[in-house]
Design a protein around this ligand. Structure first.
Ligand code: TYD
Length: 201
């Protein structure tokens, strides 16, 4: 009995947070135990690392290492035990975010991330990754209205363009687990598509 790992991705401002409650409800309707979690974070230590990652100045390598340190803890304490007992895990971001932000955004070599990925995850990969995709002009406009932006949200349009490109590259590389959602539509249209995607699981 093994559960499924479902991850949600997208640039800041793509609207992921709006859709998480619906996705969680759709999964619960399948009569499975659903664990809702997030990265960086998901454990007591991970949430402390999240605070540092979102607010303290640090090098791109340090940022990458802390992301994967938080992930290791998350997998060991939360994700793996849940999957083993047959629960389904819905994670707001996972390793694709490291490839998008730390590699695409910050320029850390993909090779370094691949080593960390193997170390931290072994063979664990998401069963499904939903990517909320949006042109950066629109996501940046949405962020401009946000109060109290964190270290990532303060970055410029070029940074978010690289992240969007890196996400789309990941989606093209792993088409069997990625579903790319056009997030530049009404909430109800997006929700119809999410219902269809989740019904196929
Ligand atoms: P986010 O998931 O957008 O949360 P909120 O909606 O509460 O702002 O914030 C997490 C930030 O961390 C986001 O800017 C992306 C960044 N991040 C990385 O850079 N690398 C990673 O591996 C992960 C998981 C997140």
């Amino acid at each position: 009995m093994t559960g499924k790992l479902i991850t949600l991705e997208g640039v800041d401002g793509a609207g992921k947070s709006t859709h998480i409650p619906l996705i969680a409800d759709l999964l619960r309707a399948k009569n499975v135990e659903v664990i809702l979690t997030r990265e960086p974070g998901g454990t007591a230590l991970g949430e402390k690392l999240r605070e540092l990652l979102l607010h303290e100045t640090m090098s791109a390598d340090t940022e990458t290492l802390l992301m994967f340190a938080a992930r290791r803890e998350h997998i060991e304490q939360v994700i793996q035990p849940a999957l083993t007992r047959g629960a389904w895990v819905l994670s707001d971001r996972f390793t694709d975010a490291s490839f998008a932000y730390q590699h695409g955004g910050r320029g850390v070599a993909a090779e370094k991330l691949r080593s960390l990925e193997t170390w931290v995850q072994g063979a664990l990969q998401p069963d499904l990754t939903v990517l909320f995709d949006l042109p950066v002009e629109i996501s940046c406009q949405r962020l401009a209205g946000a109060r109290d932006p964190d270290r990532f949200e303060q970055e410029n349009t070029a940074f978010f363009q690289r992240i969007r490109d890196a996400y789309l590259e990941r989606a093209a590389k792993f088409p069997q687990r990625f579903r790319v959602i056009d997030a530049n539509r009404s909430v109800s249209k997006i929700q119809d598509e999410l219902k269809q995607i989740i019904s196929m699981l």
